[in-house]
Design a protein. Structure first.
Length: 477
């Protein structure tokens, strides 16, 4: 690490090594060379005078990139693609004349961008699948544990810890479907020429349209894609970048919701993110256990959500067949979007796999509110014992207000059951009332919903992707 210049924290603190390598210069320029080889092979197969010896020479130097030669040349010509064509030609004197034949800069630039986005989505997908697996196991473990649910962060009817976690899981499941759709729709630009008309290739093939038509499919096949976009300007439509970044923004949104819920639950001391033995929570307050990982998840997610606007604005502002005002923005926004989401998912995996649940605290909070929630059952039991429903409803309303005042104004406990037991209008004693305090009676279909969702939706997905399960991630600090 250099100490005298800015370094991007996405690389130094957050993203994993695999994603960092994917957006490294080495990966980028090796991909350029693979594309030049694919172009030369396709042109040879379609009849251009390119020899196997030339292609073999290109393949021999596909990975040993002479970066210093390319950098020196770029300073002279101010053109990165031509600098690398020159550097490659220095290593391949026999093939020098046919490298980049008929192509424009976007042949390597745009096709590489698509290839890298496709591979980056595969990395994201692998981590998303593993996160879903962890959350599914958590949901199954705690599907029967009643907990106080909230609407407006005010106590509502109970749910279960496992049921609540399926809300997080379902968000990430939706993200997976969006990712798979966009990943499956990605195509290469192919070899479209300067304005997308393939005029240079029609000239190379002496006007043979049939050969030109075969060129893009050959290149796509050699690069592992099913097809190229049928029409383009000089670049592929920047709408593609927008669709990809929207997938990343969706994941960021899900992660932010997950992290914010965890922060609320950690405040309640019901569930905590993992806290290491020697971890320091605060420089001033030694007792603190701040939810720093969840906070970081939310912080990075916010960055991705705002970053997603960049490709949308860029796509909307492209002129006719192309302008170059997309270049600087895309060099930053797309790699950083992927690096940030990689860091987010690393945090999600780490936190989800180490969640600490405190059932006693959960039970305590539930018991504090349960008497209010039990009033409907108490009312029905009292009516069954001979009481008048309308009179008892008004009486239980008054007693509920009195119990609420005792909690809020006096700082006392919820004494609603005690007040009801003492009220002669209710033909119920303390023992009868205590029976209504079984929290499991108020969780409805929550456990079965968890079971059904896992069995019908999540487990089939995990089964189909079991070869991706079992990754390890590290978070830097």
């Amino acid at each position: 690490m250099s100490e005298d210049k800015y370094e991007n924290p996405l690389s130094t603190r957050y993203a994993g090594k695999e994603m960092q390598y994917l957006y490294s210069p080495e990966k980028k320029f090796r991909t350029w060379r693979r594309l030049w080889i694919a172009l030369a092979e396709a042109e040879k197969e379609l009849g251009l005078p390119i020899t196997e010896e030339q292609i073999d020479e290109m393949k021999a130097h596909a990975d040993d990139i002479n970066f210093e030669v390319a950098k020196a040349r770029e300073k002279e010509v101010r053109h990165d693609v031509m600098a690398h064509v020159y550097a490659y030609g220095q290593q391949c004197p026999k093939a020098k004349g046919i490298i980049h034949l008929g192509a424009t800069s976007c042949y390597v630039g745009d096709n590489t961008d698509i290839i890298l986005m496709a591979e980056a989505l595969d990395i994201v997908r692998k981590k998303l699948i593993n996160l879903m697996d962890i959350l599914a196991r958590f949901a199954d473990t705690y599907k029967d544990l009643p907990t106080l649910a909230f609407t407006h962060f005010q106590p509502a009817q109970p749910t279960t810890v496992g049921k609540r976690s399926t809300l997080w899981l379902q968000d990430f499941e939706m993200d997976l479907h969006d990712l798979d759709y966009v990943r499956g729709s990605l195509k290469l630009l192919g070899s479209k020429g300067t304005t997308g008309t393939q005029a240079s290739f029609l000239e190379l093939f002496d006007g043979d349209q049939e050969k030109v038509d075969k060129l893009d499919p050959l290149i796509a096949e050699k690069m592992g894609f099913e097809a190229c976009y049928p029409v383009s300007g000089q670049t592929y439509s920047r709408k593609v970048d927008t669709r990809v970044m929207n997938v990343l923004a969706g994941i960021a949104s899900s992660a932010s919701k997950f992290s914010n819920d965890l922060r609320l639950l950690q405040h309640l001391k019901e569930i905590e993110e993992p806290f290491e033995k020697d971890q320091i929570g605060s420089s001033a307050m030694a007792y603190k256990r701040n939810p720093m990982r969840a906070e970081r998840m939310d912080s990075l997610s916010r960055y991705v959500l705002t970053d997603a606007a960049n490709p949308a604005i860029t796509a909307s502002s492209q002129w006719l067949e192309r302008t170059l005002d997309d270049s600087a923005n895309r060099r930053i926004s797309i790699p950083e979007g992927f690096l940030a989401v990689d860091g987010i998912l690393n945090l999600c995996l780490n936190v989800a796999d180490g969640l600490v649940v405190y059932p006693k605290v959960i039970e305590k909070h539930l018991k504090e509110e349960l008497p209010f929630m039990a009033t409907e059952n108490i009312l029905m039991d009292a009516v069954k014992a001979g009481g008048d429903r309308q009179e008892l409803h008004e009486e239980i309303r008054k007693l509920s207000m009195e119990a609420a005042r005792n909690v809020k104004e006096n700082g006392g406990e919820n004494n609603l059951l005690e007040l009801i037991a003492q009220d002669p209008a209710f033909p119920l004693d303390a023992k009868d009332l205590e029976k209504t305090m079984d929290a499991s009676a108020y969780i409805g279909c929550a456990p079965q919903q968890v079971t059904n969702y896992l069995n019908q939706v999540i487990r089939p997905i995990l089964k189909e992707n079991e070869d991706l399960l079992g990754i390890e991630v590290e978070i830097s600090v």
